[in-house]
Design a protein around this ligand. Structure first.
Ligand code: PMP
Length: 470
């Protein structure tokens, strides 16, 4: 294999960019404007770093797309995949057939998940996992003789994927707007527990109870006997690393229990160690009935997703019997399962979750928290190995008295440009800058990462002054 420093030499950047612009429609991208600037061509990854086709090294603060939990360049995953491909590259699970890695993975997932999870439904992605949830929820209430319980409550600014079901469950208005007429009915949304946005005049703990109360209000508004489920990410990821106040989840759990509605935790990001626990549900002490997983299950080496099906739902489906008419060609793909098994073995052998929990997570909290002193930053906060900071025009005496930038200025994107330009991958969600680094990131690498972030915040500040935006 080419060494990282050499990998780019094989690639003609301009030619690949031209072909890319001509033929490749990227996800969530304005194809026309990307074609004008040209995509950055990524050619190599090792540990927490990636290299582009010009030989430039970038520190991947986003773990790819929140998925590279064990980092790049894991040859044992490549070996497991290679061996499985030679043995049995594919077989389906439709014809009363199964395969060994998928069975072993199901058992492994049951072992590492909370005790009341004893079944797994495999899919190919997080979106397909949430499509599966929709089907499971409907089937469950149908079998319980309560078909009228068909309203699902979700949250504004949630991300649950980009299939029609995923986008309908999600709360991204941009995705709804583009889907007029095709969003799935009977999915309603409540506000998100975003203290910066809604917490003025309250402590975070007070605000957490208020935000959870919106669930009860919505249940009463639509009728408790109509509500099937509540779905939420333990920490919202794509929405901007929205870390709920400590009071939020216990109150949500209480409300779900009170009205007997199913609780679905979308753990596509939070699962597999992201918060320093196997699942975000462990972190917040909640007991969901269904857990969506993807990303970290294979650390992105091979696509895979699915649903952990809790006993409450599984028992009803199994005891009643009858086909569950749902599934995918790639449900339980043996090669993806082999990658997942090796990925989980690495997480366990290297004690990555314990490390994030005990050592590197607290260290990231301390170092990232120091960015609170930066003149552009109103708040910098972490939860395990996700972190976010808000860029503001002028700091005030309290968080809610800071002056925001006009959103049309897209200051977050300006900042992201400085990050990329200086070798740091940090994502912008509006004016909130976020990271979710690989779980293998060391204390020394956290120093490097936060140092880079500070350097780029300084560069952003200078740039904004020059443009007379501040
Ligand atoms: N749910 C959550 C919480 C996610 O973050 C994502 C992906 N970012 C998805 C679902 C969708 O997963 P996929 O892109 O694999 O379909």
């Amino acid at each position: 294999a080419a060494r990282p420093a050499d990998a780019h030499k094989k690639v003609d950047t301009k030619a690949i960019q031209a072909l890319d612009a001509k033929h490749y429609m990227h996800a969530f991208t304005d194809t026309k404007s990307l074609g004008q600037v040209g995509a950055r061509v990524i050619v190599k990854g090792q540990g927490i770093y990636i290299w582009d086709s010009e030989g430039k090294r970038l520190l991947d603060g986003m773990s790819g797309l929140w998925c590279m939990n064990v980092g790049y360049g894991r040859t044992t995953i490549a070996d497991a995949v290679h061996a499985q491909m030679q043995e049995l590259p594919y077989y389906n699970s439709f014809f009363q057939t199964t395969n060994v890695p998928a069975v072993q993975l199901a058992a492994k997932l049951v072992e590492i998940s909370p005790a009341h999870f004893n079944h797994v439904f495999f899919a190919g992605s997080g979106s397909e996992g949430n499509d599966t949830n929709l089907r499971l929820i409907r089937r469950y209430w149908d079998l319980k003789g309560a078909k009228e319980r068909n309203i699902i409550i979700s949250r504004e600014n949630a991300y649950h994927g980009s299939t029609i079901a995923g986008a309908s469950l999600g709360g991204m208005s941009g995705m709804h707007d583009q889907q007029i007429g095709v969003t799935i009915p009977n999915i309603v949304h409540i506000g998100q527990p975003y203290y910066v946005e809604g917490g003025k005049g309250k402590t975070p703990e007070e605000f957490g109870l208020v935000a959870a109360g919106w669930l009860e209000q919505k249940i009463l508004e639509v009728g408790a006997e109509r509500v099937a489920a509540f779905i939420a990410e333990p920490v919202q990821g794509a929405g901007g690393v929205i870390i709920p106040p400590s009071t939020y989840w216990p109150e949500i759990q209480r409300i779900c229990d009170k009205y007997g509605i199913l609780l679905v935790a979308d753990e596509v990001i939070c699962g597999f160690g992201r918060l320093g626990t196997w699942f975000g549900s462990d972190y917040f002490g909640i007991k969901p009935d269904l857990i969506t997983f993807a990303k970290g299950v294979t650390s992105g080496y091979i696509p895979m997703g699915g649903v952990l099906v809790g006993d409450r739902v599984a028992d009803v489906l199994i005891e009643h019997g009858g086909d569950f008419n749902h599934g995918f060609t790639y449900s339980g793909h043996p090669v993806a399962a082999a990658a997942a098994l090796e990925n989980i073995r690495i997480i366990q052998e290297e004690k990555l979750i314990e490390k994030v929990h005990n050592e590197t997570g607290p260290y990231l909290a301390k170092k990232f928290g120091e960015l609170n002193d930066h003149p552009l930053v109103s708040i910098a906060e972490t939860c395990g190995f996700v972190a976010g900071l808000n860029l503001v025009k002028k700091k005030g005496p309290t968080l809610h008295e800071c002056e925001a930038f006009d959103s049309s200025l897209e200051v977050g994107m300006i900042c992201r440009g400085h990050m990329f330009g200086n070798g740091m991958i940090m994502r912008a969600v509006g004016d909130r800058m976020i990271i979710a680094p690989p779980l293998v990131t060391t204390v020394e690498q956290i120093d490097e990462m936060v140092g880079l972030i500070r350097f780029c915040l300084d560069a952003t500040l200078e740039d904004l002054k020059k443009r007379e935006l501040i």
